[in-house]
Design a protein around this ligand. Sequence first.
Ligand code: RB5
Length: 150
Amino acid sequence: MRIAIGSDHAGFSLKEELKEFLIKKGYQVKDVGAFSDDSVDYPEFSEKVAVLVSQKKADRGIVICGTGIGVSIVANKVPGVRAALCQNVFTARYSRRHNDSNVLALGARVVELTQAKKIIITWLTTSFEGGRHERRVKQIKKIEDKYLKC
Ligand code: RB5
């Protein structure tokens, strides 16, 4: 599985740890930056990850900032992206089972490394349930398409 990962300065150190963790687990990881903890603006990095997922150049994306909120807002602006801000394993699991989330947003000032690893593994290994949830995800797409035409 190809995973795109990106963060701002606040998420940099967690991104580095998670990148290492994912590579060791055998995932193919594309890091779009940031490449240091010098202050940067999160929209740039979240957009880069989201576009890779939207264009199917990555299967999934992980975006990290201080709270996870800024990067999730940005990623959800990109058509085809369903970004989920998850602070625990339960929400990570259900963002896959019910929402077919394709981008995971994490807050580096909210979750610590061990918890972030558990969230990521759950998120990467949980399948979408389909069924009635498929209908709802299609409705999300329809709303997205409607406003793209405006
Ligand atoms: C940076 O200080 C912080 O605002 C950013 O990482 C993020 O939390 C924004 O949502």
